[in-house]
Design a protein around this ligand. Structure first.
Ligand code: HEC
Ligand code: HEC
Length: 235
């Protein structure tokens, strides 16, 4: 089955918001709603239409699924929105918070026990992240872990961002750890804290798809010129 849509990136985003709200895979109802969105949200500009295969909350589309989008920038935007389903997942945003404390769970509640990021994002001297978090998940104690567990610096805060804002930030060397886009791809492919998102332990919901699929999406976005979704995609 395929869906015909207009405003590619916007629609992928709306679809993603729907799956988030429902907490379940896309059902037929969601598809119908989407088509209604595409039809009556109608803007006069020439619609880019494409058949996008349906996906579910746990899966990612492949870069090839976007090949039918004729405009290169639109293709990059849609690829980014798909990749942002991983980046804006609580497994990632809990450790890329906008404040001074990590968050936890799928509802992003404050870390319990209370901890502070400290001067180097590694906690405070008496209570460093690694006094509890080891280099792997400790199932019995429910403590998640991966090597060098610590918070993403505040300029890399992702929590509550839209795909459009996240995209701008990810391309800004002042806010991405002074990385080229190829180095961002490299980080997604090899960093241990990123990898934890697919094996978070203790019944935590992993981020969608596989790490290889996610890296392929980010790499394809870069290869297609790394355009960012437009503001109208924001909610
Ligand atoms: C006193 C022990 C302790 C310290 C110190 C600590 N944590 Fe945790 N942390 C935990 C426990 C236990 C959990 C699991 C809570 C649960 O799932 O019920 C947790 C969960 C988390 C999660 C949530 C994972 C998710 O997606 O649900 C993140 C992120 C996190 N900690 C980051 C940090 C960071 C960063 C630091 C240092 C600034 C830190 N923690 C310091 C004990 C600690
Ligand atoms: C345990 C905490 C933690 C978790 C969980 C985590 N990150 Fe990070 N992330 C960091 C830290 C720390 C940095 C900064 C590393 C550096 O600059 O060397 C970072 C930086 C990044 C960067 C590069 C800089 C930027 O633009 O933000 C990317 C990309 C990234 N993380 C992706 C992810 C993704 C995707 C996930 C979820 C699958 C994730 N991270 C989960 C701690 C975490």
């Amino acid at each position: 089955m395929t869906i015909r849509v207009v405003r590619v990136a916007g629609t992928v985003y709306q679809e993603w918001m729907l799956t988030k709200r429902r907490g379940a895979g896309l059902g037929a109802g969601a598809l119908v709603l989407l088509i209604a969105f595409a039809g009556c949200g109608g803007r006069s500009s020439a619609p880019a239409s494409l058949p996008l295969p349906p996906t579910s909350k746990d899966a990612l589309r492949a870069p090839e699924d976007f090949a039918g989008i004729p405009d290169r920038d639109d293709r990059a935007r849609a690829l980014f929105v798909e990749a942002s389903r991983v980046m804006l997942h609580p497994r990632c945003t809990n450790c890329h918070p906008a404040g001074d404390s990590p968050t936890q769970g799928n509802d992003g509640r404050l870390h319990d026990p209370p901890v502070a990021r400290g001067p180097k994002d590694r906690g405070v001297p008496a209570l460093e992240c690694t006094s509890c978090h080891q280099d792997r998940n400790v199932e019995l104690a429910r403590v998640p872990g991966a090597p060098s567990w610590h918070l993403a610096p505040i300029e890399m805060a992702w929590a509550d961002k839209t795909p459009a804002t996240l995209c701008d930030q990810l391309k800004d060397r002042k806010r991405n750890g002074d990385r080229s886009l190829d180095q961002v791809v490299e980080h997604t492919a090899h960093d241990a804290l990123v990898g934890w998102g697919w094996a978070p332990g203790h019944g935590r919901e992993p981020v969608p798809g596989t790490r290889a699929q996610f890296t392929a999406l980010v790499a394809a976005w870069v290869k297609e010129g790394a355009a960012c979704p437009k503001d109208e995609v924001k909610r």
